[in-house]
Design a protein around this ligand. Structure first.
Ligand code: ADP
Length: 545
């Protein structure tokens, strides 16, 4: 307990108060200061001297604002109301939190409760202040508030993830939230291209397009955000513009200083990276980096879910389409069957009647021809249905032998040309023979089907060209026509069973599916290029070895 030299001259009531509480005050952990009306320190307890590291004579006889704020004037201001002034003015208790500095200049928070000491007439003769260092509490509260804000950010991103947003919208929202939470000025999210090491920027905020272009122009292992996206490395830099690893002038000229970058990760799979940066010199804090890492991990999982959902939706849509086509096809097939059977039964009855009658039999041949054609149609239908089910169940068997793609194409062209005069069928091959080990009947079936389609879907005639080109390990066969062509949006489903585009022209929608099944089971590829109204080219390859 330190009692100042002003003690003697102070108000007797104040003196009596000091004497009564001095022993008790030294027992307290809280700091106690007794002041007269002129802000003079009349008494300071042990806890105060000890905590502040002051010697008794540094405090005794000085004014409170000199002691705690190092200022010659009372420290009343709108931001730091002085509890002493308030208690003197109001005659009642006052409580505030002040920011003080200890002898090392470290900022500390003080909870100050000032109570007036009054005489028997209610006149305030002095003030007793109880002070408690609440720096730890304040820091804990701040950390807790930050943690809550972090959790709120994370939560809002998780909630957004469940709202069925597109990947781009979700990441844009997340970046907004992250910048708000970290207080950074700029940010960008890079995503890895599927099945490749290259990156694309899905969203940038607060940085120029040139800056992002410069980053993307560099190899991924030469940028911090590239390393985060491809190697999972985390980066935290005080001054990005002066970091020795950053050499591209466009990147340094952007003027970014504090910088953090973390991977966007779904379990062990790296999807990309999130970068945030600030233009003022404040260093990013390690705790902010941890939060960003947590966001990167959560956001990665959400993005993976969004992707999964969208492929599930796509899959469901395709299943629905397939179901719809199958339903349609069932009616098309049964209609086709009924048609054939009606003709067959009509002509058989007709022939029977003719045979039973005594009429001349000269035109029986025509009827038999029709019966024969219908039987062939029926056979083809049955063959197609059998092929479809074999392909769908992966049971298509191939009988491989040496065959020649040029020879097979020539045969098909000759056969099909005999059936049309509106079309000119051409063969284009620089070699007489291009041979491989394939199922000859099946490959003939494919070429026949493609040439037949080229004719069928060129109702105004035109040229149909079959080209054969030997490549390194494969032969490329194409069938090009000048017919109706196919709209872009239809191309994706064209090789699915029962896919039909030109419904005005008769067909079952099985030919291309069967062609594709045959080519794929040979280890080849099949695709189409087409422009509506301009014609189509169907391609397939077959391995030569
Ligand atoms: P189908 O000809 O019996 O309908 P395909 O499976 O052979 O069955 O063909 C599926 C659909 O693809 C056809 O209905 C047609 O609309 C379209 N198509 C096929 N080949 C061509 C082509 N050369 N030109 C334009 N459309 C075609």
């Amino acid at each position: 307990m330190t009692v100042s030299r002003q003690f003697k001259g102070s108000h007797p009531i104040l003196q009596e108060f000091v004497l009564r509480c001095k022993n008790f005050a030294d027992l307290l952990y809280d700091e106690v200061l007794i002041l007269d009306r002129d802000y003079n320190v009349i008494m300071a307890n042990q806890a105060l001297l000890h905590n502040k590291g002051w010697a008794a004579d540094e405090v005794a006889g000085r004014r409170c604002h000199e002691v705690s704020h190092g200022s010659s004037e009372p420290c009343q201001s709108p931001n730091t109301p002085c509890p002493l002034v308030e208690a003197l003015a109001s005659g009642s208790r006052s409580r505030v939190t002040h920011i003080h500095r200890d002898k090392q200049g470290k900022e500390c928070f003080e909870d100050i409760a000032a109570s007036p000491i009054s005489d028997e007439n209610g006149n305030v003769v002095g003030i007793i202040e109880l002070m408690r260092d609440i720096t730890e509490e304040v820091e804990l509260r701040k950390a807790l508030e930050q943690r809550n804000a972090d959790l709120a950010t994370l939560n809002s991103i998780i909630v957004a993830g469940g709202k069925g947003l597109t990947e781009e919208k979700l990441l844009t929202y997340a970046l907004d939230q992250i910048l708000e939470n970290t207080g950074m000025d700029a940010g960008w999210i890079l995503l890895r291209e599927e099945n490749s090491r290259s990156l694309r920027c899905i969203k940038r905020l607060g940085v120029s397009e040139e800056f992002i272009k410069a980053i993307l122009s560099l190899p991924t292992d030469k940028t911090l955000c590239g390393l985060a996206a491809t190697k999972g490395q985390v980066a935290m830099v005080d001054n990005l513009s002066q970091d020795p690893r950053v050499t591209h002038p466009t990147i340094t000229h952007e003027g970014l200083r504090a910088f953090m970058c973390v991977p966007l990760r779904a379990d062990s799979k790296l999807l990309g990276s999130i970068s945030v940066a600030g233009r003022d010199p404040a260093s990013p804090q390690a705790s902010r980096l941890q939060q960003l890492v947590a966001i990167g991990d959560q956001l990665g999982i959400i993005v993976a879910n969004v992707r999964l959902n969208s492929s599930l939706r796509q899959y469901a849509h395709e299943l629905e389409e397939a179901r719809r086509r199958r339903e349609q096809s069932a009616s098309v097939v049964s209609h086709e069957l009924k048609g054939v059977l009606a003709v067959l039964s009509g002509y058989t009855q007709l022939l029977r009647k003719r045979l039973e009658s005594q009429l001349p039999q000269a035109d029986l041949g025509k009827g038999l021809e029709i019966i024969n054609a219908q039987t062939n149609r029926l056979n083809r239908l049955v063959d197609d249905m059998r092929d479809v089910s074999a392909i769908e169940s992966g049971r298509l068997t191939l009988v491989k032998a040496r065959c020649d793609a040029v020879g097979l194409s020539r045969d098909v062209i000759q056969g099909q040309q005999a059936l049309t005069q509106k079309h000119i069928l051409l063969l284009d091959s620089s070699e007489e023979h291009v041979e491989g080990e394939w199922d000859c009947d099946r490959i003939r079936q494919v070429i026949d089907n493609l040439v037949n389609n080229a004719i069928k879907y060129s109702p105004n005639g035109g040229e149909v060209k079959v080209s054969i080109e030997r490549r390194k390990d494969e032969v490329l066969v194409s069938v090009k026509d000048q017919g109706l062509g196919i709209a872009q949006k239809e191309l994706r489903h064209l090789f699915h069973p029962y896919a039909r585009v030109h419904k005005e022209i008769k067909g079952l929608g099985l030919g291309l599916f069967i062609c594709s099944g045959i080519i794929k089971s040979h280890g080849g590829r099949v695709w189409v290029e087409s422009q509506e109204g301009k014609g189509s080219t169907f391609y397939f390859t077959l391995p030569l070895r």
